[in-house]
Design a protein around this ligand. Structure first.
Ligand SMILES: NC(=O)c1ccc[n+]([C@@H]2O[C@H](COP(=O)([O-])OP(=O)(O)OC[C@H]3O[C@@H](n4cnc5c(N)ncnc54)[C@H](OP(=O)(O)O)[C@@H]3O)[C@@H](O)[C@H]2O)c1
Length: 387
């Protein structure tokens, strides 16, 4: 029986993860659930899964959480604050951590889980983008297990299974991208948050939806794939595949290409990682090839979607560049969602911020947090001047 901690339990990935977990009560026990400030949703999940621990990161919400858990007659212990997220993953009742917080805020508990040798199922791509070296080193040193939840990286993990000496055998990794809601829209100057969040194939949280619309999501995924599978960014290509059925591919030196396919439903990669190395039911629909008709592929348009180019540049630059890229993106996306920044200025803010990134390599969590804070200060000033 695996004890599971879901970081970001009230979000899109968190709730999908709990749906898969609920299908397998013989395998999984919910040991801890966390949220940022949505007490009502956290208490509803606590009623359903009766975890020993519930954490609310916004400490101002802790009294409300305590009161509602008591009113519901639940024995769940409540904690508050960002440090309590780390406490949750370190609980001896937790074997597996589902890292599904959005943004760099998820880094400290994810890194703590890696250092403690836990099994980590990673959706929180910003954590590995900011601190890939630290995270991979911690996993190696502690004997932790790191499995991807992003559908593309889950696909790559499956395509690479059984490849002996992947560094010689693989010619390139090919990440597929849906192209987002604006694949065919020429003028992006008047895009609204509602339009950007209306993804054609996936229902996701607002931040990743905007990232998909700018293609920054794919850029972050290139950096994530580079860390997870140990290939340089120039060996990782992106191809636009609007149907989101082929979730990614690996091309081998003999000319073979191995692809992983499935309906666009995050419960499939969640079930793959939760059950690994076994296969377990996810609740996703099965692919109907005859209904699909055709699958198409095209090149990404880097002039309309410069964020993908910027992510490649950050990956190649090394140093603190990925931290600065991510922080600028988080700030710019938040400003766009708050209608304080036009959609097309997201890339402008990121490019100008990235140009300031120092070449020093962050050696510790504190270095990463400092770089993140410095980049956010710079990006916020730019956004203030633009708004
Ligand atoms: N959604 C997808 O299909 C998908 C696919 C692949 C990868 N991912 C990745 O998975 C992560 C989560 O995405 P999502 O779409 O599930 O996001 P989401 O729906 O916005 O959910 C985010 C979760 O994180 C919590 N949270 C937000 N800020 C926090 C903070 N500062 N400290 C602690 N907890 C915080 C939220 O709590 P509240 O509810 O209280 O705000 C919520 O539980 C992202 O890194 C995303 O890139 C998502």
């Amino acid at each position: 029986m695996q004890g599971i901690c879901v970081l970001g339990a009230t979000g899109s990935i968190g709730t999908s993860a709990l749906e898969v977990i609920a299908r397998h009560p013989d395998r999984f026990r919910v040991a801890a659930l966390t949220a940022q400030r949505n007490v009502a949703a956290l208490v509803a999940l606590a009623r359903r899964f009766a975890p020993p621990l519930a954490v609310i990161a916004d400490v101002a919400q802790l009294p409300l959480l305590q009161q509602q858990l008591r009113a519901a007659g639940l024995p769940t212990r409540a904690l508050g604050g960002a440090e309590a997220l780390v406490e949750a993953v370190l609980s001896p009742e937790v074997d597996t951590v589902i890292a599904a917080i959005v943004g760099a805020a998820g880094l400290p508990p994810t890194l703590a889980a890696a250092r403690a040798g836990k099994r980590i199922l990673l959706a929180n791509k910003e954590a590995i983008v900011c601190a890939g070296a630290l995270l991979i080193e911690a996993v190696r040193n502690s004997g932790a297990q790191l499995l991807p939840l992003d559908s593309e990286h889950s696909a790559l993990h499956q395509c690479l299974a059984g490849a002996a000496d992947a560094s010689r055998a693989v010619r390139r990794l090919i990440l597929t991208a849906s192209g987002g809601p604006f694949r065919n829209r020429a003028d992006l100057s008047a895009v609204t948050p509602e339009e950007a969040c209306a993804h054609p194939n996936w229902v996701m949280g607002p931040k990743i939806s905007v990232d998909s619309a700018t293609l920054m999501n794919k850029g972050l995924e290139v950096i994530e794939a580079s860390w997870l599978f140990g290939f340089p960014p120039q060996q990782i290509d992106v191809v636009v595949h609007p149907q989101s059925v082929v979730h990614s591919m690996v091309e081998f030196v003999d000319g073979s290409v191995v692809a992983q396919l499935g309906t666009p439903d995050m419960r499939t990669p969640l079930a793959y990682a939760l059950g690994f190395p076994e296969r377990i039911e996810s609740g996703s629909a099965f692919l109907d090839f005859l209904a699909l008709g055709h699958l198409t592929f095209e090149a990404p348009d880097l002039s309309r979607f410069p964020c993908l180019r910027l992510a490649y540049e950050a990956a190649r630059a090394g140093g603190s560049a990925s931290v600065w890229l991510n922080a600028a993106n988080e700030e710019a996306v938040a400003a766009f969602l708050a209608r304080r920044l036009p959609f097309t200025a997201i890339a402008t803010v990121i490019e100008a911020t990235l140009a300031q990134a120092p070449t020093t390599v962050p050696r510790s969590l504190q270095d990463v947090l400092d770089a993140d804070a410095a980049a956010r200060r710079y990006a916020r000033a730019l956004i203030g001047a633009t708004a």
